[in-house]
Design a protein around this ligand. Structure first.
Ligand SMILES: NC(=O)c1ccc[n+]([C@@H]2O[C@H](COP(=O)([O-])OP(=O)(O)OC[C@H]3O[C@@H](n4cnc5c(N)ncnc54)[C@H](O)[C@@H]3O)[C@@H](O)[C@H]2O)c1
Length: 253
């Protein structure tokens, strides 16, 4: 028996990077997988990859910054796979680094729509479906940019810390219904991270040098496996927590 047999996981932004890594790791543990992703093509390709591992999958084109898209995604997944046990709010976005004095409202609002509101809407929309199956696991995504207050990352850091606040409130409000809510703060070799390494190679190199384990994390082997743990019965008594899956570099101030 695999650790996620008979579970159905909805993963946002699962077309590439960490979301894809989590989809593959959860599928290898027997979970059926739904990918809700802005890029319809990559959503389809990850769905095909996980299907080849012997589980069911569905791909939904979805912009998590739009409530109607989130509603459509949840109802499609429930219709096609029969419910939701695990919600992974992985989709995230940040613009190039900019100092606080130069941030405009449009950038601030867009960053919050994708990261904070997308996460919040999907938590609300999935809640009745998790309850209907006797509880479940929600995994949200924070960032060292927020926990450390990285310069140039104002809107993104604020959004990621808002997500951690929401997650703690949900852990308290929904714990009695058997729903666990945790946050992963990752560091991994996703396409998004590789793009940042080219835009700001000095900061990227300094960051990598500061990692105690001396390597950049792998989207599936490192982050995906940590997500499997949080989704599984192994983490049955774990909620309201932030798990730093970053080779040991992240610190809270
Ligand atoms: N990679 C890291 O080291 C790192 C560090 C800190 C936090 N994070 C967080 O981890 C998560 C995954 O990051 P990643 O590095 O894999 O990112 P990535 O940019 O490589 O991939 C993000 C995926 O999300 C999708 N996406 C973007 N906007 C979307 C939207 N509006 N609706 C639906 N899908 C959308 C993209 O199409 C893409 O497939 C994000 O929440 C990110 O903020 C990553």
């Amino acid at each position: 028996m695999s650790r996620l047999d008979k579970r159905i996981a909805l993963i946002t932004g699962g077309g590439r990077g960490i979301g894809r890594g989590i989809a593959l790791a959860m599928a290898r543990e027997g979970a059926d997988i739904a990918i809700a992703e802005l890029d319809g093509e990559t959503a389809q390709s990850t769905a095909a990859e996980v299907q080849s591992l012997g589980v069911r999958s569905v791909a939904v084109q979805c912009d998590v910054a739009t409530r109607a898209d989130c509603e459509q995604a949840v109802s499609t997944v429930v219709d096609e796979l029969g419910g939701i046990d695990v919600l992974v709010n992985n989709a995230g976005w940040s613009k190039s680094p900019v100092s606080l004095l130069d941030v405009d409202d449009e950038q601030f609002e867009r960053t919050h729509r994708i990261n904070t509101l997308g996460t919040f809407w999907l938590m609300q929309l999935c809640h009745p479906h998790l309850v209907a199956r006797g509880g479940g696991s929600i995994i949200n995504f924070g960032s060292g940019a927020g926990t450390q207050g990285l310069p140039g990352q104002g809107p993104y850091a604020a959004a990621k810390e808002a997500i951690r606040g929401l997650s703690r409130v949900a852990a308290n409000e929904w714990g009695p219904e058997g729903i666990r809510v945790n946050v992963i703060c990752p560091f991994a070799n996703s396409p998004g991270m590789l793009a940042w390494s080219k835009i700001d190679s000095k900061s990227y190199d300094a960051t990598v040098r500061s990692i105690p384990l001396r390597r950049v994390g792998d989207c599936e082997a490192d982050i995906g496996r940590a997500a499997v743990f949080l989704a599984s019965e192994d983490a049955a008594y774990v909620t309201g927590q932030t798990l730093m899956v970053d080779g040991g570099m992240g610190s809270f101030r």
